[in-house]
Design a protein around this ligand. Structure first.
Ligand code: SPV
Ligand code: MG
Length: 548
C-alpha cells in the first residue's frame, strides 16, 4: 500500500500537472473511497476525480454540501493513502469564501491531494444536473478572489487550482463563459473546466475553439458521452473526466446482487459473479502486511511449526471428556486447543499438527493438520510424537495439548539460544495442583537473574527425591527444537523405538535418554503463569487463569 512502501513516483501534484499539460488527451475517473481509488489505479488510470456527487452518494447524502468538507477531506486521506496517482478534488464552491478556500488548500496539500477544482456557483451548491439553469452563479470578482487566495496559500508550486465554469449550465451562453474563463485565468487558475449538460458537445466545442488553448481545458462528458473522444482530442481538450461511472457501476452491481440474494435466499448462483474475498484482501494490500509482519513482528526469527500432543482423554475429568478429548474442553468459552492456536498465532506459528487419539473425531480441524495415534490406549507420548513425524520441522515447538500459559512464555522460549530447550517452572507454589509433575534436576538452580544463565537438564523424574538432590523445578510440558535438535530428536526416537518398553515411554524418558548421550538440553526458567488441566479443580483454576 502506498503508505507503507516507498516508491519512486513523482509527486502527485507534478503528475497532475503533467496530465494537464501533456499534448494529447488524458483521462481521469471518479473514485469515492479507498477501494474505488485503488481499483481506478489498478485499471490503469493516471488520475482520480474526487467527485462530489460520488462521494456524497457513497455517504448516502445529497450532492448539496450535506457531507461536511472535513468529511470529504477525511475520505480523500484514505484514497490518497492507498494510491500513487494524483487526485483532483471536486471542491464544489470551495466550501465557503476565500478563507475557507485557503484552509481547504492547506488541508489537501497535507494529504497529498494534487489539486482542487472549484465551481463558480454559490454555497451550498446543488449538482449541476439538478435544475442547473436555475442556479445562481458566483460573482466574478468574488470567485477570482477565491482562486487567488487558494493560489497564494498553496506551498507546493505544482498544486493545481482548476476553475470550473457553470455559465453554460446556467444558460448564460458562450460569451459569459469566455468572459469568466478569462477572468479566472488572470486570477491564476491552472486550468478551466467547462461544463455542459447537453447531450451533444456543441457548446463545449464552440468554447474550446474560442478559448484556443489559453489554459488547459477539462471537460465532463456525462451527458454527451456518445461523442467519440477523438472529437475532444481534435478540439484541443486536455483532460476528460469520467465523473460518476465507478459509483454507478457499484450501485448497479450492488442492487443486482442484493436483490438476487434476498429473493433466492442463497448466494450459490451469485458467488462466481462477484469479486472473490481474496480480491478484496488484495485491494486492501493484505500481502504487504503479511510481508511486513515477517519482517518486523518477529524480526530475524525463522518460521516455527508446532506439534500438539492431544491423544489422551484426561481420565480424571470424568464425564467432561465423555465425548471429546481433553484439548476440546472449553475454558471460558474457548477450547484448550483454540487457546493454544491463538498463542501460536501471536508468535507467527501458523503450521500446527495435532496428534489425536481418544475421540479424535471431535477435534476441530480448522487450521491444523490432524494425525491420529490409533493405539493411544496402550501407548505413550513418544508413540504419539512419532505419528507426527512427517510434520517434523527444523524449527518447532512440541507441547502438551492441555497447557495454558501467558503469551510471554512462548515468546521468550522462541528467543532462547539452544537446539533443544525446555521450559521449567522454578516456582514450586505455582502451576497446576494435580497431575504428576515432571521434576527437573538441572545443572544450576534458577538464580532469577535478569541475565540468562546457561542451565542444562541433568535428569527428569516423577520422583521428587533423587540422588541428584532437590529438583530445580517442574517441566511445564513445552519444548523447542531447532538447529541440530531435530536430528538429535529423531535419532533418540529411533534408538528408543528399538526398546521393548517404547510404547510406554514419555517425553521425559526421551530427555533422559538424550542427556545420557551427552546431548545438551537447555533449560529456560519461568516462575508460574501457566497451568495444565488434569482435574476438575484445574478446570476451575483455568477459568480464573483465562480471565485474569
Ligand atoms: C461531480 O462529479 O460531482 C461533478 C461533476 O461535479 S457533475 O456531477 O457533472 O456536476
Ligand atoms: Mg460535483
Amino acid at each position: 500500500m502506498a503508505t507503507q512502501i516507498k516508491h519512486d513516483y513523482p509527486a502527485k501534484s507534478i503528475q497532475l500537472r503533467r496530465l494537464l499539460e501533456s499534448p494529447g488527451l488524458e483521462f481521469i475517473i471518479e473514485a469515492h473511497n479507498g477501494i474505488s481509488a485503488r481499483i481506478a489505479e489498478e485499471a490503469g488510470f493516471k488520475g482520480i476525480w474526487g467527485s462530489g456527487l460520488a462521494m456524497s452518494a457513497q455517504f448516502g447524502v445529497r450532492d448539496s454540501n450535506e457531507a461536511s468538507w472535513t468529511q470529504v477531506v477525511d475520505m480523500l486521506e484514505f484514497m490518497s493513502d492507498v494510491t500513487h496517482i494524483p487526485i483532483l478534488l471536486d471542491g464544489d464552491t470551495g466550501y465557503g469564501n476565500f478563507n475557507n478556500m485557503r484552509r481547504l488548500v492547506k488541508k489537501l496539500e497535507q494529504r497529498e491531494v494534487a489539486g482542487v477544482c472549484i465551481e463558480d456557483k454559490q454555497f451550498p451548491k446543488v449538482n449541476s444536473f439538478i435544475q442547473g439553469e436555475r442556479q445562481p452563479l458566483a460573482d466574478i470578482d468574488e470567485f477570482c478572489g477565491k482562486i487567488k487566495a487558494g493560489k497564494d496559500s498553496q506551498e507546493d508550486p505544482d498544486f493545481c487550482i482548476i476553475a470550473r465554469i457553470e455559465a453554460l449550465i446556467a444558460g448564460w451562453g458562450l460569451t459569459e463563459a469566455l468572459k469568466r474563463a478569462d477572468a479566472y485565468h488572470q486570477a491564476g487558475a491552472d486550468g478551466i473546466l467547462i461544463h455542459s449538460k447537453l447531450s451533444k458537445p456543441d457548446e463545449i466545442l464552440a468554447f474550446a475553439a474560442e478559448w484556443a488553448g489559453r489554459l488547459p481545458l477539462i471537460i465532463v462528458p456525462t451527458t454527451y458521452y456518445s461523442t467519440p473522444v477523438q472529437v475532444f482530442e481534435k478540439a484541443g481538450i486536455s483532460l476528460v473526466i469520467w465523473a460518476n461511472h465507478m459509483i454507478r457501476a457499484a450501485v448497479a452491481a450492488m442492487e443486482k446482487a442484493s436483490k438476487e440474494i434476498f429473493e433466492k435466499h442463497s448466494v450459490m448462483d451469485l458467488e462466481d459473479r462477484i469479486a472473490p474475498v481474496k480480491q478484496i484482501f488484495s485491494l486492501q494490500g493484505a500481502e504487504e502486511l503479511t510481508r511486513a509482519q515477517e519482517r518486523y513482528l518477529h524480526a530475524g526469527r525463522p518460521e516455527t511449526h508446532a506439534i500438539v500432543l492431544a491423544a489422551s482423554r484426561g481420565n480424571a475429568l470424568h464425564e467432561l471428556t465423555h465425548d471429546r478429548p481433553k484439548v476440546m474442553l472449553s475454558i471460558s468459552g474457548k477450547t484448550l486447543l483454540r487457546r493454544l492456536l491463538d498463542e501460536f498465532k501471536k508468535q507467527s506459528i501458523n503450521q500446527t499438527t495435532v496428534v489425536g487419539g481418544y475421540r479424535h473425531e471431535a477435534i476441530d480441524t480448522g487450521g491444523i493438520n490432524l494425525r491420529i495415534n490409533n493405539e493411544y490406549e496402550n501407548t505413550g507420548e513418544l508413540t504419539s510424537l512419532l505419528c507426527a513425524e512427517q510434520d517434523f520441522h527444523e524449527d518447532m515447538i512440541i507441547t502438551y495439548g492441555d497447557l495454558l500459559f501467558r503469551s510471554y512464555i512462548l515468546n521468550d522460549l522462541l528467543d532462547v539460544e539452544g537446539d533443544i530447550v525446555i521450559v521449567v517452572d522454578s516456582d514450586r507454589d505455582t502451576g497446576p495442583v494435580s497431575g504428576k509433575p515432571d521434576f527437573v534436576f538441572c545443572s544450576l538452580p534458577d538464580d532469577r537473574s535478569l541475565f540468562r544463565q546457561d542451565v542444562y537438564l541433568k535428569h527428569m523424574s516423577e520422583e521428587v527425591s533423587n540422588k541428584l538432590g532437590e529438583p530445580s523445578g517442574r517441566w511445564i510440558g513445552i519444548l523447542r527444537i531447532r538447529g541440530n535438535g531435530l536430528k538429535q530428536l529423531k535419532q533418540g526416537l529411533t534408538e528408543l523405538k528399538a526398546r521393548d518398553d517404547f510404547s510406554s515411554l514419555t517425553l521425559p524418558g526421551l530427555f533422559n535418554h538424550l542427556v545420557d548421550k551427552k546431548i545438551p538440553i537447555k533449560v529456560h526458567y519461568i516462575h508460574g503463569h501457566w497451568l495444565d488441566v488434569n482435574s476438575l479443580q484445574d478446570i476451575e483454576r483455568a477459568g480464573d487463569f483465562t480471565k485474569t
